[in-house]
Design a protein around this ligand. Structure first.
Ligand code: GLP
Length: 241
């Protein structure tokens, strides 16, 4: 894995953002795999700024997001669809019908997972996938102990993840108990992967990813099996390596 150490959060956004722009330059109808959470916000900010500054277009770009809470509608402010609209989709000329986030309000979650995998295939697969990482090493919502051979599926969130994500809700009790997430197999099929990690809270998990053996108990460690991963992290996140 290639590791790029950044000096601050802004630089993380810029370096990852430039990798995405490079991908879009090489292929205007690139398929971008996107993530939510605080870590990638700076990447989307950079992309939206460069969209305004340069003569760029996202009109042919397709996007697929990693995950969504079950029970959430795109109008719910805590939904990942809402997050994506707010941070990126409403700020560039992307076509909404080319943006995919699992439908948290679907009637049949299993069917939705199958539809999602099919849609990724129809798009031609993911060219570049952005990943953040949970403090417990989860990617998307693939929690510790997840099967590696999994496509998009329904997961029950761990108490730890619900507590960490409670900061976006009124209370931990309001954090949904289940989500739809791309599986590890879906993620590993992406042609390129960027793993972004910022701050000391990610240090332990990142050390495991970069130094230890691959284990389902640290889902992000599976990235060691992928041939094209770039880790972009600050000194604090790299402090236990
Ligand atoms: C959520 C998302 C993950 C994300 C993680 C870390 O659990 N499902 O995709 O990587 O949060 O978020 P943050 O970047 O805010 O630390």
């Amino acid at each position: 894995m290639k590791v790029i150490q950044v000096n601050n959060y802004e630089e993380l956004g810029k370096i990852a953002g430039e990798m995405i722009l490079e991908q879009m330059e090489a292929k205007s109808d690139s398929v971008l795999g996107l993530a939510t959470g605080e870590t990638p916000v700076g990447i989307y900010r950079y992309l939206a700024e460069e969209y305004r500054n340069r003569n760029l277009s996202f009109s042919k770009v397709r996007t697929v997001n990693l995950d969504e809470y079950i029970g959430m509608d795109g109008r719910d402010e805590q939904s990942y669809r809402y997050f994506m609209n707010q941070h990126l989709f409403d700020r560039v000329d992307i076509r909404k019908e080319f943006t995919e986030v699992p439908n948290g309000k679907c009637e049949n979650a299993e069917q939705e997972c199958l539809r999602y995998e099919k849609r990724i295939e129809e798009f031609g697969g993911i060219d570049i996938q952005i990943l953040g990482m949970g403090e417990n090493g989860h990617i998307g919502f693939n929690e510790p102990g997840s099967e590696f051979i999994c496509d998009t599926h329904v997961v029950s969130l761990t108490e730890e993840t619900r507590e960490v994500n409670a900061r976006f809700f009124d209370s931990a009790d309001n954090v949904p108990e289940q989500a739809i997430t791309m599986g590890i197999r879906t993620i590993l099929k992406a042609r390129k992967i960027i793993l972004a990690a910022f701050g000391v809270k990610k240090a332990e998990a990142l050390a495991g990813v970069l130094k230890d053996r691959v284990t389902p108990w640290l889902p992000a460690s599976v990235l060691q099996f992928h041939p094209d991963v770039t880790v972009i992290a600050d000194a604090a996140a790299l402090s236990k390596c």
